[in-house]
Write a protein that binds this ligand. Structure first.
Ligand code: AHR
Length: 312
């Protein structure tokens, strides 16, 4: 027993001695704010000191933050990379400083995969496919003109969610993307871009569905649809990704149809992998994949409640 207590204490001491620097993108969406909140909770549970730098959506701020974490000698660096390219030099610096880097929720393009230790993320191509499959089933062979609200230009998730959806509808000529533009993952831009789609497409009458790369843009689009005098959820179907509480509210009101869940708990698995690496020298799995569930109005009330209970 004494040994076990000693081991547990030793583990706790080691975990509590860890300091992690987290370069977060910003607070562009409800999902992003939830991810930050959960990261703080998960750090606290494990006695980890978490330093968060908000990059306000700019990669240059992320690079500065990473350099500052290196200078501070943190035990690990977490990065939610706003865009996929441009990371090699700063990750080289982290590698030279022997600081493990974990990617959260988005991926990067690097020739040398040893520049990061592991990534915790969903399969974002699959998310797009799930959204497409839901739509194909829902329209059951009827023609459907889709407008797409893309996420941040150059982000892995925007690239992949587009690809997954395009692949998903490829064999179904009845479903076509007629317009596609970035709404930068924000509610306000989602609304703005949807307004322009509606104007360009016979006051929305030529649009059958909106596919938004996140729920916040979908919520902005719902507003634009309502302001144009149309009914979101029926006259224009709404399918998106994230599963934030507000999209379930919209489903309960009959204004949204489907979402693909992305857990905001990206930091928890990364902390566990880091602790195993530091304590046992255990090399983490390179890609720690989170689940992607399709969620529909039938469970919206329960999902809304459970997300609220978790404090999202
Ligand atoms: O990288 C994950 C995406 O970033 C979320 O789906 C979106 O809401 C956020 O801004």
């Amino acid at each position: 027993v004494a040994m076990a207590v000693a081991t547990a204490l030793c583990g706790a001491t080691q975990a509590s001695a860890l300091t992690v620097g987290f370069s977060q993108i910003g607070s562009e969406s409800g999902w992003r704010s939830a991810e930050t909140k959960v990261a703080k909770q998960e750090a606290e549970k494990r006695g980890i000191t978490l330093k968060i730098a908000d990059a306000q959506q700019k990669q240059e701020n992320q690079i500065k933050a990473v350099r500052s974490f290196i200078a501070q000698g943190v035990d690990a660096i977490f990065i939610a990379p706003v865009v996929a390219t441009g990371w090699t030099p700063v990750l080289q610096e982290a590698k030279e400083a022997k600081i493990p880097v974990f990617l959260l929720d988005r991926m990067i393009d690097v020739n040398d995969p040893s520049l990061y230790t592991a990534a915790v993320a969903s399969d974002s191509v699959y998310e797009g496919k799930v959204a497409a499959e839901w739509l194909l089933k829902d329209v059951a062979g009827q023609p459907c003109n889709v407008v797409e609200l893309q996420g941040t230009v150059g982000s892995s998730v925007a690239i992949n969610r587009k690809k997954g959806f395009v692949d998903g509808i490829a064999a179904s000529p009845n479903v076509k993307i007629i317009r596609s533009q970035s709404g930068d993952f924000t509610r306000s831009k989602g609304k703005e871009v949807m307004e322009s789609f509606i104007k360009a497409e016979q006051n929305g009458k030529n649009i059958c569905a909106v596919y938004a790369h996140n729920d916040d843009m979908a919520i902005g689009a719902i507003q634009a649809i309502k302001e144009a005098g149309l009914k979101p959820g029926s006259q224009i179907k709404v399918v998106s990704i994230d599963a934030v509480p507000d999209i379930f509210k919209a489903m309960i009101d009959g204004e949204a149809n489907a979402t693909v869940e992305l857990t905001p708990n990206m930091a928890g698995p990364a902390f566990d992998a880091l602790i195993a690496l530091k304590k046992e020298g255990k090399q983490p799995q390179k890609f720690i994949q989170t689940e992607s569930r399709l969620l529909l109005p039938d469970t919206a009330q329960a999902e809304y409640q459970s997300k609220k209970d978790l404090g999202y």
